[in-house]
Ligand binder design. Structure first.
Ligand SMILES: NC(=O)c1ccc[n+]([C@@H]2O[C@H](COP(=O)([O-])OP(=O)(O)OC[C@H]3O[C@@H](n4cnc5c(N)ncnc54)[C@H](OP(=O)(O)O)[C@@H]3O)[C@@H](O)[C@H]2O)c1
Length: 397
């Protein structure tokens, strides 16, 4: 079964949009696109975690109806900033879910981590079209989301550049003739580093991505290549292709964003500059197109496009994620929780770079998984996995 949108008709008029995670990297790219295409969009709800000042400025600029901070500690700042407006303000998880379910044509799910799951699920239950950047929702609760989409008629438009690329070249009418999906990966900032150098890598080096400007967590995921592991899981939910038929190729130029290989030997790829505004513009305007402000691709200037299979020794995360997907029984929940805590531990200087993947592997071996059939199942396995990971991070050398 495919979760992605297949037959939405072009909509006339203004598209009402709610933006979850408005102050983040995905949020800022989305805001830039809305500014450039002001006549096409109306902003309904905006959310952030703690950045009340930036959120309030956006809410004021776009005359949003509702602004929400997840962290109740940031509420008074948000309220004070918007006290002279008619914009409703709130805080907490329930308010986030409300922002995701207030009537809109499209929800952009741009929160980072499993923290985005509840609001993504709320939007999907409502039957709304969801432009999904928050891959962790699918990694943690793909089956639940799939069941809710089936029930509500909601649809997902992938925002991750790789999945958006596949979405653009995946022939739904010939789905049975798809032989393989190929997810491309930049290889991150440590693509050519030795293991010895990677062991000494600092957080600043890990977040300095050569091609993409992203939030800190996804930048570290990109450096370990866990991002590609999470994307492999995401792709297995989004497209009707078996996990064993999804490959990963390192492509340092980040120009070919992913590919679909058909049984006749044809390979269809989507190309574009490494700028998230391209896939986000595709989703915001879908099924039409719109200006993104991104310069046209200059292939002659780029000259060469390279492709290599990933190095499993220096970057074991892709294999670890693939194994978790094959294992089932909640293993991808354990993987995600362990990764979020280990990345945080690395960013705070508590563990070394190579320990991220090692700890994730260790947690997968220690925690007993089970089938996730409800949000409560997810919460309990997520909690236990985080608890064990925190202990490992604390006791790491
Ligand atoms: N950045 C990219 O280019 C890119 C590309 C592909 C996919 N993605 C995916 O998109 C998602 C967002 O990534 P990002 O790079 O945009 O992250 P980011 O820059 O860190 O932004 C995260 C957003 O989520 C909010 N947030 C953080 N923790 C939250 C919580 N506990 N509850 C509610 N809101 C919370 C943040 O609010 P504050 O500002 O208040 O902290 C911010 O608005 C991730 O799943 C990532 O894997 C990102």
């Amino acid at each position: 079964m495919t979760l992605i949108a297949t037959s939405e008709k072009s909509q006339d008029g203004v598209r009402r949009i709610s933006l979850l995670g408005a102050t983040g990297s995905i949020g800022r790219s989305t805001v830039d696109l809305i500014r450039r295409n002001r006549e096409r969009f109306e902003v309904v709800a905006l959310t952030a975690n703690r950045n009340a000042t930036a959120l309030a400025a956006l809410a004021r600029e776009f005359e949003a109806e509702f602004a929400v901070v997840a962290d109740p500690g940031a509420y008074s700042a948000l309220h004070d900033c918007l006290a002279d407006t008619a914009i409703e303000t709130a805080s907490g998880q329930e308010a986030l879910n409300e922002a995701a379910t207030i009537e809109a044509d499209l929800i952009v799910a741009g929160i980072v981590g499993a923290a985005g799951l509840d609001s993504t699920l709320a939007a999907v239950r409502q039957g709304t079209l969801v432009a999904l950047a928050n891959k962790e929702s699918l990694v943690c609760a793909g089956d639940l989301l799939l069941a809710e989409i089936e029930r509500s008629g909601s649809r997902l438009l992938p925002l991750d550049s790789e999945h958006n690329a596949i979405f653009q070249v995946f022939e739904n009418e010939n789905a049975a003739d798809v032989a393989r999906l190929v997810l491309t990966a930049s290889g991150g900032p440590f693509r050519t580093w030795s293991l010895a150098d990677m062991a000494k890598a600092t957080p600043d080096q890990a977040v300095a991505h050569p091609n993409w400007d992203m939030g800190r967590k996804v930048s570290v995921d990109s450096a370990t290549m866990m991002n590609k592991g999470l994307e492999l899981i995401e792709a297995a939910y989004l497209f009707p292709v078996a996990a064993a038929d999804i490959d990963v190729l390192v492509h340092p130029q980040s120009v070919v964003h992913s590919m679909v290989a058909y049984v006749d030997g044809s390979v269809l790829a989507q190309l574009g500059p490494p700028d998230m505004r391209v896939p986000i513009a595709h989703a915001l305007a879908w099924p039409a197109r719109m200006q993104s402000g991104v310069a046209q691709l200059d292939l002659a200037a780029i000259g060469t496009l390279d492709f290599k299979t990933p190095d499993d020794v220096r970057f074991p995360a892709v294999r670890i994620a693939r194994d978790a997907l094959t294992e089932g029984k909640g293993a991808t929940v354990i993987l995600n929780a362990a990764n979020e805590i280990a990345v945080e531990g690395f960013l705070c200087g508590r563990i070394g770079f190579l320990e991220i993947a090692a700890i994730v592997q260790n947690v997968l071996e220690q925690v007993q998984g089970f089938e996730i059939t409800s949000l409560e199942d997810f919460r309990s396995l997520d909690y236990e996995s985080r608890r064990i990971t925190k202990t490992l991070v604390k006791t790491a050398s």
